[in-house]
Design a binder for this molecule. Sequence first.
Ligand SMILES: *Cc1c(COP(=O)(O)O)cnc(C)c1O
Length: 388
Amino acid sequence: MAEPGFSTRAVHAGNGIDKDTGAIRRPITMANSYALPYDPSELNWSSADANLYTRNGGANQRYLEQKLASLTDAQDGIVLASGVAALAGLFFSLLRSGDHVIFSNVTYIAAYRLLNELFKDKFKVETSLVDSTDLAAVRGLIRPSTKLIHIETPANPTTGISDIAALAEIAHQAGARLSVDNTFASPYNQRPLALGADYVIESLTKYINGHGDALGGAILGSRQLLDPIRAQAQVNLGGSISPFNAWLIMRGSVTLPLRMRQHNDNALAIARFLERAPRVRFVWYPGLESHPGHSTARQQMSPGFGGVIAFGLDGGRDVHNRFVSHLRIITSAVSLGHDESLIVFLGADDERQHLFPEPFHGGFFRFSVGLEDAEDLIADLDQALHQF
Ligand SMILES: *Cc1c(COP(=O)(O)O)cnc(C)c1O
């Protein structure tokens, strides 16, 4: 039989029949400890492989790891308490003092803090920020000590697109690794390992869970690369996920393909509406022909471009805040990839904003388009744009 498709795997991977009850759903195992064998003296208490203690790994975490590895075409996966725990676990396991990391000037803020503040100041890891859409600039920063290139594509919050296959080649020629934060695309729209990346990070909090009720994160890759991370990130750093959250994410992820189709379609329709709307100063959405990374996005994303749009209005902070106060369906809140639409104004207080492309200077919206009817979302935006 051919390899099952993405939707079949989203339903079945990691599920099975419960041996005790015959239930066709694997249960939530809310336990900290597992029974020891007759003679435990030979056990490795720091092992992440045996069911021993839930910080070392638990049943629900393992089921979710099986599913995510299947959906991302990875040999293996590590599920942790949050997306940031996944980033910290990767960086902590991989980097030593004196190592050099190149990373995008547009990333989730915690990735920037970890690399450019904690790892740099406390652990003497050398860092270079770069516009990772500029391959020549990345190549120019390579040093003998370069260990890792870390990117997001589409990037949070601008939706900037970096070329995964080209960056993987640059990294590998230098004997370094490439990690890609794939949270904005989700594995439905983009599979970076197939394009040459070594590690994929997913914040499960976003599209993969999709319902805004649990935190989780994952690192995906080859077994050989993940084994050393598993023990470090989980057993020693303690970033383990709770069985209940792993179960919630397992359930939410069943509908990932259905939801992503609606996110993709809604976001494209709304981005096209915003491009023509009055008072809209700029719109960035990777599915728009006007997006600077559109042709690369078409090569590496399929079937769609995700649910996040960045846009700005004519005027400053006041105009943006007034606009949001008139929205009726779209909620002003952080996070993204939920069922409901979320919008957040990112003002000029981010110390990195001068590094973002020019349209973003002075403030803009990150808009996570939800699963509501596109016509309703467009009507909501339209009425708010006409209120002032
Ligand atoms: C939200 C987010 C994270 C962090 O995930 P948490 O689950 O909130 O810790 C990392 N990367 C990207 C791109 C994100 O959007």
